[in-house]
Ligand binder design. Structure first.
Ligand SMILES: Cc1ncc(COP(=O)(O)O)c(C=O)c1O
Length: 376
């Protein structure tokens, strides 16, 4: 049987990882500033993480949500503590799309309304409603098309106000920093405006934190920079450091009822052990502070390059916007300097490393970036 060929892949076989380094089958070392797409939050094969998962695997890996799973309560408590959203409620699932799907559905259950407001260049996942709220017609199948999603321009308060006049809005979904959209930081005023309009119209503010959350920006949720709370935060990627875990945290104003949401795998013992290990390391090693510090350093240094059009982002979610003639930089970094980075169209390099990236590794990247630009 062949694989269903949907990914353009690099001819590299990574067989080992340690911290921010990964190694291929020939023993070549790579610096990982991509984190497997913002997933590796505490570094590859972090010893505490490995031990916690190994210990759990020897106890029990999975049982269904029909029994008590104390690890879920421990994860909820820890997440409340580390994120500062102590009075929120946690629902666990398996991926970012599923988290957003549940968030959008829950909002509609809550207020009985149908319209979802999403924004230009948004990416919220590939399941039915999540993809309908994603601004990329190429990945929306005819069956996913719905008249229930209204796309608005990014950071346009007047358009937002008008949309609330024109529609019975159930929810507004927004990434704190658009990832796929090219590292666009949601302005603080815009997030505050969403909060006040949602309050005024009993709509639900959904903060898609799948990529920009979990401490990556130096705050637990990047939406926190606006100083207002969302009603639902969706999470995945960094939550399990590679173990597939997703979830939403839900404001106390939204009450649960039996059967409202559900999943077979979500919240299983192994996923919770992974989630707990990640939060324990984030807390113990002050990783949010490190993300803020190393991120500030990288952003400051990157802004010094004349050839760079713009540097955007917060903490360790950084976009380097390059002119078209430098379209090869990402490839050169990978194949000549052995540094993994991400990309966003048309020509943005995305840095999404582990939150414990060291200054030495940041400098190694800056050095390689300098050489690449000099030789371009
Ligand atoms: C902001 C955002 N939301 C949702 C998703 C979907 O997550 P997943 O691929 O885990 O379904 C992604 C994935 O890239 C994302 O960046």
């Amino acid at each position: 049987m062949k694989l269903f060929d949907v990914y353009p892949i690099n001819p590299i076989n990574i067989v080992k990882g340690q911290g921010s380094l990964v190694f291929d089958d020939k023993g070549t070392e790579y610096l990982d500033l991509y984190g497997g797409h913002a997933v590796i939050s505490i570094g590859h094969t972090n010893p505490h993480y490995v031990k916690r998962l190994e210990d759990q695997l020897h106890q029990i890996g999975f049982y269904s949500n029909s029994i008590e799973i104390p690890l879920q309560k421990q994860l909820a408590e820890k997440l409340g503590h580390v994120s500062g959203k102590e009075d929120y409620q946690l629902f666990l699932c398996n991926s970012g799309a599923e988290a957003n799907e549940n968030a959008l559905k829950l909002a509609s259950f809550y207020n009985g309304k149908k319209k979802v407001i999403a924004f230009t260049k948004a990416f919220h996942g590939r399941t039915s409603l999540a993809v309908a709220a994603t601004d990329n017609p190429k990945i929306v199948a005819p069956v996913n098309e719905t008249g229930n999603v209204v796309f608005l321009p990014w950071n346009d308060e007047a358009a937002l106000e008008q949309a609330f006049k024109d529609h019975e809005v159930s929810s507004v979904i927004i990434e704190g920093i658009q990832g796929v959209g090219g590292i666009q930081v949601a302005p603080v005023n815009f997030l505050q405006k969403i909060r006040s309009l949602c309050d005024e119209h009993n709509a639900v503010f959904i903060a898609d934190s799948v990529q920009c959350g979990y401490g990556r920006t130096g705050k637990f949720f990047s939406h926190d920079f606006a100083g207002v709370n969302a009603d639902i935060y969706s999470m995945a990627k960094g939550m399990g450091n590679g173990f597939p875990v997703g979830g939403i945290i839900i404001s106390p104003k939204i009450a649960p009822s039996y059967g409202m949401l559900g999943t077979t795998f979500g919240g299983n013992h192994l996923a919770c052990a992974a989630g707990l290990a990640v939060l324990e390391v984030i807390e113990k090693d002050n990783l949010m502070q490190n993300a803020a510090e190393i991120g500030d350093y990288l952003i400051t240094e990157l802004k010094k390059f004349d050839q760079v059009k713009e540097v955007r982002g917060r903490g360790l979610m950084i976009g380097i916007d390059l002119p078209e003639e430098l379209a090869n930089v990402k490839k050169d970094l990978l194949f000549k300097h052995h540094i993994f980075t991400g990309e966003a169209k048309p020509n943005v390099i995305r840095l999404l490393p582990a939150l414990n990236l060291t200054k030495a590794h940041a400098d190694r990247f800056l050095e390689a970036f300098t050489q690449t630009l000099n030789n371009a």
